[in-house]
Design a protein around this ligand. Sequence first.
Ligand SMILES: [Zn+2]
Length: 62
Amino acid sequence: MATPKRKTSHARTAQRKAHWLGSLGAPSTTKCTHCGEAVMSHRACPSCGFYKGRKVIDVKEI
Ligand SMILES: [Zn+2]
């Protein structure tokens, strides 16, 4: 097995974690074409159940 030649410094670990955690943002959202609600892209709308212009899931209306 290949072995690291040097110990990873605290600074290097912190830099790597800062970069990785910084890339974790909120999931990208779009507006629902049917009701205008903010929805995650490539998912059916949670409030009206529409996806690509047609109803794909049943959502209980309040
Ligand atoms: Zn909708």
